[in-house]
Design a protein around this ligand. Sequence first.
Ligand SMILES: [Zn+2]
Length: 428
Amino acid sequence: MRLLIDNARVWDGTGAAPFAAKVLIEDERIAALVPQAETLTAAEGAERIDASNKFLMPGMIEGHAHLSFVDVARGTQLGELPPEEHTLLTMDAARKLLGAGFTSACSAAAAKIRLDVAVRDAIESGLIDGPRLLAASPELTVTGGLGDGRRLHLHQESFGIAVDGADEMLRTVRLCLREGVDIVKLNISGDTGTESAPNEATVMTDGEIAVAVEAVHGIGRRVAAHARASESVKRSVRHGVDIIYHCDFADSEALDMLEGVKDRVFTGPAIGLVVNRMAQLRGDNTPQGRIFLERLKPLYEATCRTHAEMKKRGIRIVVGGDYGFAANPQGTNARDLEHFVTHFGFSASEALQAATRTGGEIMKRGHELGQIKPGYLADLLLVDGDPLSDVRVLQDKNRFAFIMKGGARYTPCNAAPHIRRVEATPPA
Ligand SMILES: [Zn+2]
């Protein structure tokens, strides 16, 4: 397959200004990128796409995906889905995410041990369409922690696995690793926004965290943490956790610690759920609704303050997170770029870099994902509009002339299966 994308306005993911250029794709990779005025003899005989007046950028990367969170109102509802139906719905979410312009996704937890693993492998083998996926374990939590929505005497499954003590942690981590996860997720703190653990207190012990990190790192995989409280951020850094999500209430000591490991660690706010829940609750005049809204306000204020500060300190922040709830459905992930601009003070270019170049790095594939460069994988979006003047154009699927993953072109559809593969037309 040889394809010339001619006369596009190319934004390469580095933060440099866009420039008129032609890009040659050969099979799954970018073979050449040259200024439009230059001749490109290597492109002779290739299929040509006229990209005049269009914006070409790297495919977006979701840094905190939950593909098996299938737009439920409450997390415990994920425990009511049998594995067969749950797998089909996860596969559907994968196609939705690709159709929304996200060509890669780093999972921040599955709702059952093998859901991400099976869907990752099915995408990788070409059986189903979806973004390149790093598979995560379910959220390993403590009894009564975030993700343990069980109730005594009631049969109630949940989306997290409750483990208590180092031995139980080690056994469960090894089970997840055996089943093929790339990332083990630990809920080190609770969460203000939930019913099961309705405050952000740090609940996972040093001993539990240490044994998990040792086992995961021992075979070269990574640990991600749900860490809202300052102490949970500090424990994550001290024990060598690789991806530390949320960090909302990080105090100056925690921020210093994060800054000290900024070349090793990634963070991601997952602000979409907080913003959307608050918008929903503003229209809810029940006493519970008003109480919940009051509880979320300090979380929102803390997350805005902390992420503006983290950006200043050069700590890597990824876009996305916690899409897969009724308030924050799968496929609307590009709204996160707008949130970064509105709530954290990112420029459009900085939000786009968080969604592309930094995303490539969290995938551990910064050498071939997240930028437009010769040799990189051809994961590209051709956009009718200018995301640098308004990042919201990326929320409109109809603006994608194509979504390309590994040289394969897709157009988004407005109904399931959410994307349609475009066959290459042979050159004239
Ligand atoms: Zn999450």
